[in-house]
Design a protein around this ligand. Structure first.
Ligand code: URP
Ligand code: ZN
Ligand code: ZN
Length: 462
């Protein structure tokens, strides 16, 4: 039996903030108390540090086959990078190939992750082809595979996009079996047409990515999926929301007492669309969908966090190296969509959020961990520091300043969108299920340490 005592830290959860010691036995928190007099195999002095619940990133794409290439982080490299930054659990998307079964997607993702992931992981099931056969798979996916969240893409016409009838029928099925729908909201038809118009006019640079996907495409699709979910009575989580116009659709839904869960990502809070207009091919680094928006949208997102309209800040971590991005050198629509972020999310959210006074410490924990745990059925095992919870704990030093750089990050990608950003506060130690996984930048766990997490039906709560 192993034991670990963390002394003198300040525990911060989504609701509390107090000084106490934490005693961990094996993989879980066994006791929390003041000046505890217990013997432990190892003691960590966390004087001057916060103790946060391990970060949860509910939106990642490790090794995603996409747009003719593959996301450059494996489950091993990506989850290890996450641990360096303080993310102990990810929820990745197992994406069905049109024509194949849902189970074949899960098999493919288990093959990539099992025995390889360093951090803990779960899967959402992305449905790209809903028909009578896939409908029959839903109960077993929920009850046997432990997956309660199902993603639909309203964009990426021709390979991932589904139509409204499929979305609505999937929702009806999920209501019966205790699932939640998660949606990528952009109007794929409008975008497809606009992309074609630009290409016909010889407009091929990265800036046409953002110009072909205006905020109204996202707002329209967000409103549509909210309406479908209302009619079906299905819990609804919108992934990577970026803009004021889409938030407005969520706000409208609250007038009829509808509950909509909303995720944004760290890049939408911190980066803006001027990135696409930089010289040369720089803009390709942030070609992602939906695209980066305007500064006024960043303000709207921060405000929405404080208004309890946003429930989670994820990353949509989907890295591609520059030689992969160059597949779209002469055609912006061929630049693989996605960017890295898993390693930097927690520290950026603390630095730009808490340190700059935009959000409280409790809100930071809610956005980085607790919110996702509650919505996706991981709470209270994950997402908090409490007796009986998994001992996923960050020892976070708010006094350490550092600078983000591709030269020091651990993600398997040859640029960092936040290159040169000065960050206040650093994850000193990452503890995953009672094991010191990272200490002062040194990894003490490796390939295969991560566990697959099953999640129960009917668990979306907040
Ligand atoms: O650009 C992005 N977001 N790439 C990953 C796939 C998705 O839409 O989430
Ligand atoms: Zn998406
Ligand atoms: Zn994504």
């Amino acid at each position: 039996m192993s034991s670990l005592l963390i002394k003198n830290g300040t525990i911060v959860t989504a609701t509390d903030h107090y000084s106490a010691d934490v005693y961990i036995k094996d993989e879980t928190v066994a006791m929390i108390g003041v000046d505890m007099d217990v013997q432990a195999g190892r003691t960590i002095d966390a004087q001057g540090c916060y103790l946060f619940p391990g970060g949860i990133d509910a939106h990642t794409h490790m090794e995603l086959p996409f747009m003719g290439t593959r996301a450059s982080d494996t489950f091993e490299s990506g989850t290890l990078a996450g641990l360096h930054g303080g993310t102990t659990t990810i929820i990745d998307f197992a994406i069905q190939r049109q024509g194949d079964s849902l189970v074949s997607a899960l098999d493919a993702w288990h093959e990539k992750a099992d025995g390889h992931a360093v951090g803990d992981y779960a899967f959402h099931c992305a449905v790209t082809d809903f028909n009578d056969e896939t409908r029959k798979e839903i109960p077993a996916i929920i009850n046997d595979h432990g997956i309660n969240s199902f993603k639909v893409f309203m964009a990426y016409k021709g390979f991932l996009m589904v139509d409204d009838r499929q979305i609505y029928e999937l929702m009806q099925e999920l209501v019966k079996h205790g699932g939640i729908i998660t949606s990528h909201c952009e109007n794929g038809d409008m975008i497809d047409r606009t992309v074609q118009e630009f290409l016909d006019e010889g407009k091929t640079e990265p800036k046409y990515h953002v110009l072909s996907r205006p905020a109204i495409c996202e707002a329209e699709a967000s409103g549509r999926v909210i309406d479908l979910a209302f009619q079906a009575g299905c819990p609804n989580y919108i992934v990577h929301m970026t803009c004021e116009e889409a938030l407005e659709r969520v706000r409208l839904a609250t007038f009829r007492n509808q509950r909509v869960f909303v995720e944004t990502c760290i890049q939408y809070l911190l980066l803006d669309d001027s990135y696409y207009f930089k010289d040369g091919f720089e803009g390709a680094k942030v070609v992602m969908s939906p695209p980066l928006r305007k500064k006024k949208d960043q303000e709207a997102l921060w405000a929405a966090i404080n208004q309890n309209m946003i429930h989670h800040v994820a990353t949509d971590h989907c890295p591609f190296c520059m030689d992969q991005k160059e597949m779209g050198k002469d055609d912006f629509s061929k630049i693989p969509n996605g960017a890295p972020g898993i390693e930097n999310r927690i520290e950026l959210l603390y630095s730009e959020g808490v340190d700059k006074g935009r959000i409280s410490l409790n809100k930071f924990v809610e956005m980085s961990s607790t919110g996702a745990a509650k919505i996706f059925g991981l709470f209270p095992r994950k997402g908090t520091i409490a007796v009986g919870s998994d001992a996923d704990i960050l020892v976070f030093d708010p006094d350490v300043k550092h600078t983000i750089s591709v030269d020091t990050h651990h993600m398997n990608v040859d640029y960092n969108p936040y290159e040169g950003w000065e960050v206040q506060g650093k994850t000193r130690t990452t503890i995953l299920r009672g094991t010191v996984a990272i200490d002062e930048g040194v990894a003490h766990v490796g390939e295969g340490f991560g566990n697959y997490l099953k999640r129960p039906p009917f668990s979306a709560q907040f």
